[in-house]
Design a protein around this ligand. Structure first.
Ligand code: HEC
Ligand code: HEC
Length: 267
């Protein structure tokens, strides 16, 4: 007869293994749902091991709590609104995001961009790299949207919401805004617009009114190839090639400092 798995600190080995998969593994976080892991245990298990897992796992935990509490209430307000109810645990009631758990502001983004990202998470083009804990959390959720029609409905609902710019984190007194402006206007604005509000026909998303930590994380993801490495990912590849245009980290910081001064009110 096989011996029962040993227990340590009240966490079963099975759950520690899964927590490890979330934190270190190739992002196959969707399996968490299939295995019906008690999320409290998962958070505990991961919290014990890797503190940087804490924010994404808190996000996942909030999400499960909200579903358990039956907050998916908006069933009578159209399919997009009903689907969006499952997003609010992390992205907020108004899709404004929650910087504490790494969930970006979705307001002001074009529907086509949102659909493309949801597809990227679902297909594993985004959120599967080792160490991409925030992407892995979103990937688990994206799996709940089963069809193209679901992705389209929730995306057009989000795109219809009013724009809510969130604090971007201010540029410090030492910020080199002149350099940042030169590079932003010389390179980034060609696609993202000189106001950073994005450009639908060019498929370039809105960058202003967004939490700075998120923007930096995405820029780094393009640079490392966690986003935009798949040759079939036309727009991701385009953006990835742009990360070669900023010569060093100082220039990157200058560009993001400049971006944070652009505000982001209005459409
Ligand atoms: C458990 C928390 C959680 C839930 C629930 C959640 N998200 Fe997310 N979402 C995240 C996190 C964290 C990220 C950032 C991922 C990253 O850094 O790559 C994200 C990123 C995204 C992005 C990418 C935005 C961009 O600018 O590229 C989209 C689109 C998105 N979520 C849509 C949704 C939709 C639609 C739902 C509901 C069906 C949803 N999310 C539910 C946590 C969540
Ligand atoms: C040739 C057009 C082009 C240029 C120039 C460009 N981008 Fe992008 N950028 C894109 C596209 C397209 C995407 C969306 C990629 C996708 O769909 O995954 C993007 C996405 C991004 C994102 C992710 C936003 C999010 O919500 O996740 C960041 C951050 C970003 N760009 C920053 C920059 C910066 C900084 C510059 C200047 C150095 C720049 N981009 C120049 C086309 C461009």
């Amino acid at each position: 007869m096989a011996a029962a798995p040993p227990k340590r600190a009240g966490v079963s080995c099975k759950n520690r293994r899964i927590a490890k998969r979330v934190c270190n593994g190739p992002g196959r976080v969707g399996e968490i749902m299939g295995e019906r892991v008690p999320i409290g245990e998962l958070v505990q298990a991961a919290g014990l091991r890797r503190s940087n897992c804490f924010a994404p796992l808190t996000a996942l935990w909030l999400f499960f709590v909200s579903i358990a509490a039956g907050t998916a209430w908006a069933a009578d307000a159209g399919p997009g609104a009903a689907l969006f109810a499952t997003c609010t645990a992390c992205h907020g009631q108004h899709a404004e995001g929650n910087a504490k758990i790494g969930a970006p502001n979705l307001t002001g983004q074009q529907s086509a961009y949102l659909i493309r990202q949801l597809e990227a998470f679902s297909s594993g083009r985004r959120g599967t790299q080792t160490g991409d804990n925030f992407g892995a959390v979103m990937r688990a959720t994206a799996g709940l949207l089963k069809t193209d029609a679901d992705r389209a409905a929730v995306s057009s609902y989000i795109a219809s919401l009013p724009i809510v710019p969130v604090p971007t984190g201010s540029a410090g007194a030492k910020a080199d805004l002149a350099t940042g402006r030169n590079y932003f206007n010389g390179i980034c604005s060609n696609c993202h617009g000189s106001d950073g509000k994005g450009n639908g026909p060019l498929s370039a998303p809105r960058l202003v009114g967004q939490d700075r930590t998120y923007i930096l994380r995405q820029y780094a993801a393009f640079k490392s190839g966690a986003r935009g490495a798949d040759p079939a990912d036309t727009y991701g590849v385009q953006m990835r090639s742009m990360t070669r245009a900023l010569p060093d980290e100082r220039t990157e910081q200058a560009v993001f400092d400049y971006l944070s001064t652009l505000g982001g009110q209005g459409g």
